[in-house]
Design a protein. Sequence first.
Lengths: 306, 323, 249
Amino acid sequence: MQTALLIEQILNGLQFGVMLFLMAAGLTLIFGVMGLINLAHGSLYMVGAFACAAVAAATGSFWLGLVASLAAAAAAGALIEVTVIRRLYERDHLDQVLATFALILVFSEATRWMFGSIPLYLNIPPLLSGTVPLPGGSAYPLYRVAIIGVGIAVAIGLHLLITRTRLGMRIRAGESDREMIGALGVDIRTLYTVVFALGAALAGLAGAMVGALQSVQVGMGEPVLILAFVVIVIGGIGSIHGALVGALLVGLIDTLGRFLLPAALAAFMGPSAAAGIGASLASILIYVFMALVLAIRPRGLFATAG
Amino acid sequence: MSRETLVSLVIVLALLAIPLWATAAGETFYITLATRMAILALAAVGLNIALGLGGLVSFGHAAFFGIGGYAAGILASHAFNMEPLPFGLPGTNAMPVIWAVAIMASGIVALAIGAISLRTAGVYFIMITLAFAQMIFYFAISWPAYGGEDGLSIFVRNRFPGLNTLNGLTFFFISFGLLLAGLALFAALRDSRFGAALQAARQNERRLATVGIAPYRIRLAAFVVSAMVTGVAGALFADLNRFVSPSMLSWHMSGELIVLIILGGVGRLAGPVAGAMLYVAFEYFLGGITERWQFFLGLVLLAVVLFARGGVVGLLAGKARHG
Amino acid sequence: MAEPVLQLSNLVKTFGALKATDDVSLDLRQGEIHALIGPNGAGKSTLIHQIAGSLRPDTGTIRFLGRDVGALGVPERARMGLGRTFQISSLTPEFSALRNVMLAVQARQGSSFRFFRPVMRDRSLTEPAMAMLERVGLADRAAIPAAELSHGERRQLEIAIALALGSKAFLLDEPMAGMDPEGSKTLTGFLDRLRAEAPILLVEHDMDAVFALADRISVLVYGRVIATGTVAEIRADADVRRAYLGEEA
């Protein structure tokens, strides 16, 4: 087995994991602070990607597109929070699931209306289009390394936000006792809108960055959303730390699984059978992992109380 | 006769009226539409047992719908090409056998999924059921033997002894008959001791435990029965379309089943029927006007969730009375 | 002396640094009402949770009807005969008073996996349930959903449910809470007669009721039982007066 290939796959896994973290962090924050399960998060990912692609195409600058993605996703998030989401906080989970599912339909079809069904293309900015040499001789895309870097930066940034700022303090207080912080005079409504918009911005950022790797199309956020759910179930709903660990684990297990399983199976069955069965097993590997984690820790690895 | 019973009767008769009218008017396409309504209604009746009565928000019921569908597809395809299944079992294209297999397969998978998922609650349960269904979805896509992403065709609709299943109206009656059986089962469960324990588990788990009934076992049984009913509907659906694909297993399908229930009225007997009729009508008529019909469906859904929580049956029959 | 119906031995329960239950031993004998009193935060609820089975003690044993029930959960202990009522009424809100009691009757008969017979037409459920409602004076409110009952009626319903279970011991958590004087008097009389059927461990703040009903009183302060004795003994106990009752008692 070539070391270079393995290292490349590990980096791919980290990149995937970091992108999942951006999604999962927002989801788990929204759930931790507001107690809301938000299926529309994948749509916010999509909004970010489309905004980036549209602005990048119009202005020729990926960087402007990136700013647009953050702004658009945050704005979309704030908009739906104020109009729909805030009516759901007191409702049961069934209502939240349905309402946010409805939002997915609205967002997807509205996006199709505006942009049509053909995927948009987003180009990697010239600054990041080079490669980085890896031990073993191969070259790894600089852009992917940049994504990993962004992810680490966001993780650190979130940590600082939560532990060092007043907003972070309110967030932590809100996570432990929702009623209390209202009684203490914190403006809950604004806090919730800010938290939601923050989560949305993270999702939009993820969408924009991945948009340059894959294409930008309606529904791109959905597979990611579900994986993000798996991540926060594994990590523990409400825990950003758990989201990071869970995301990296899921990213690595999925990527390495797809890479290693067919190869491992080829050792004792024919190559085509190994490829087929290996692919099948690899695709369900994360879910099996999730089930195992839950068997041992039903509330995830880093579950917070409540 | 209570108001709810009257409303239920009207809804069911309305469904029956569609193919009868269609036959008389020579518009046979609407028979297929009505059959689709009946089958989706049955799938939703299954979910209604777990969700409506038990309060279990399963976001993975498409798994059972798809398992039922694939049971029909796989058995039919083995019967067609005469190859035996593992363990030398023959394929079959007899509907009663297929339904039995669909029921057993969904039941077993539900037992496994439920045993793990029901140890959790709330949001965890929702996400875990979703995750397990996704697992099965991806597995179906990647397993090469039965069509993978492209799906599996059922070239000739499966058979039912003594009936010509190729006839649209006949197949409607088969589906409608199973729907009635499903509704009867729902009503019986709801009014029985089991139903009392299940609904108590939904409303106040602590109270149930304090009188000496363990909520977990009740819920698991409800989850399994619920899956079996949805599984049979899946088998019928495969026969309706003469096609089964992984999309039956997708989380959109799971969401759709929940939508049917909320449109019709959560936990109400005829809720799934009303919801399915509304949804299919919406899909067909609005879909005929614009390809973006799901945008409007989303808006309608939002309106229902925010303002008309009881669904169609809630509007017509008021709040449920539990006696 | 016959073995006590309920026996707690050296129970300890800590939450981090807080010792909520500090080496508690007490027993409940046949035919008695044993009141458990103590200031707020003394750990009475925690103790009740451990007896009922919703909390596991760190160390110590709980014996009910001669059996160590430490490994049993809430439903199992309920089936053995431990009837508990809640400080804040915990009912099945959409069900009527009658159906709430029927659920307990059903549980006692041990038969929840029956799928086909409608419960409302099942005399073996409706009749015993109605009888319990009559005993607590709720018969005329049988068809009212529990959510619509008044506060006092909900307390009565809780007791009817515990009765329907055929309990061998009652764990009553502040049954008088929030009741008007009329209701308290009726309930006091009711509990007085109830002790003959099964002993009662009564957690209460209402001192009039406690002194009227209790055969024995245990005083819980900061998780420890500082005194156990008859009404007279407790009233005279200096520690108790200092810790709880205050000088004028």
